[in-house]
Design a protein around this ligand. Structure first.
Ligand SMILES: Nc1ncnc2c1ncn2[C@@H]1O[C@H](COP(=O)(O)OP(=O)(O)OP(=O)(O)O)[C@@H](O)[C@H]1O
Ligand code: NI
Length: 308
């Protein structure tokens, strides 16, 4: 069941440069995606491709100078700024990357309790979740600066878990972890889906996405180029649809380990046609004419006129 639907959604920033020259940064373009209950959609893409901005758009925490168009619906109804504010941290929760999201001046137990539903026993729920994540009871009276990295990660998970949110957005929750801790962190994210939440898992790392996600959305220069079931990431990538997804897959060390030539275009200088065309081995003159629409191909979606 679709819980969150992003439809034809775009985000841009107007910025002034020296001499009052105005530049227009199109950071998310015509994006469509859907989060389903009990499923993980991983958002995979290079740095600067717009992953965090999408998360912030859903939560309603974009910077004030951002302009948006298109719609985001939660349980079939449009998410207005007022609704986003009311649902944030309750029905739509963020698992942030960094402990900096915690209030440095508040004991962490207390912080977690503020996310417990009003109808429930806050202290009891917080202690239970700390036990679940193997945080000793004395942790509750610590301040964020006293936590180790691992403890901080579990406190952040606790906050999302006690909220009982229907939508969990995890933005790069696993950078720089050793393999054992990584496995646990990924398992923790999977658990949110297993108890019925719709999960958006943002990561640079295709490998960790493939370990827990149901579908992978590949981001490039502010939009999805492909949404594919994880099973398609196999062998030489024959089942994948977009040349960029195939190239990303083949670039992994366990595959051909061949980097993709060229760089992603900056949001102020997007090509008029297909955003990937300047780097694409399959590009033809038509690719430069207009932006390809996202279309259904087999059991996935792709934005490429040549895909089949
Ligand atoms: N407040 C802002 N004003 C103008 N441009 C911005 C602003 N915030 C982000 N951007 C631009 O939007 C683009 C997308 O940024 P975003 O943080 O969403 O990328 P990301 O995919 O999350 O990258 P990373 O993997 O490094 O976290 C970048 O080019 C960034 O410079
Ligand atoms: Ni980011």
């Amino acid at each position: 069941m679709a819980i969150l639907e992003v439809e034809n959604f775009s985000v841009s920033f107007k910025q002034y440069k020296a001499g009052l020259k105005q530049i227009h940064n199109q950071v998310i373009s015509s994006l469509d995606l859907t989060l389903e209950a009990g499923k993980i959609l991983a958002i995979v893409g290079a740095s600067g491709s717009g992953k965090s901005l999408l998360a912030h758009a859903i939560l309603g925490i974009l910077p004030g100078n951002a302009r948006t168009s298109g719609t985001i619906k939660y349980q079939g109804e449009i998410l207005t700024p007022a609704r986003q504010k009311a649902l944030r941290g309750k029905e739509i929760a963020l698992v942030p990357q960094s402990v900096n999201y915690l209030d440095p001046l508040m004991q962490v137990g207390k912080q977690v309790r503020t996310s417990v539903k009003i109808s429930e026993d806050a202290v009891g729920v917080q202690r239970k979740v700390f036990e679940r994540y193997q945080l000793k009871q004395e942790t509750e009276s610590m301040y964020p600066f006293q936590l180790s990295g691992g403890m901080a990660r579990r406190v952040l998970l606790s906050t999302a878990m006690v909220s009982g949110a229907n939508v969990i957005i995890a933005d790069e929750p696993t950078p720089g972890l050793d393999p054992v801790v990584m496995k646990e962190a990924l398992q923790n994210i999977r658990e949110f889906a297993d108890i019925g939440s719709a999960v958006m898992f943002i990561t640079h790392d295709i490998d960790s996405a493939l370990r827990i996600a149901d579908h992978i959305a590949v981001f490039y220069a502010g939009t999805t180029v492909e949404i594919a079931p994880v099973e398609n990431f196999t062998n030489k990538g024959e089942e994948l649809r977009h040349p960029y997804t195939k190239a990303l897959w083949r670039a992994l060390p366990q595959n051909d380990f061949i980097p993709i030539a060229g760089t992603m275009p900056h949001p102020s200088e997007l090509p008029t046609g297909c955003l990937f065309a300047p780097r694409c081995p399959l590009a033809t003159p038509e690719c430069n004419e207009e932006k390809p629409q996202m279309r259904d191909v087999r059991d996935g979606m792709v934005r490429c006129i040549h895909a089949n």
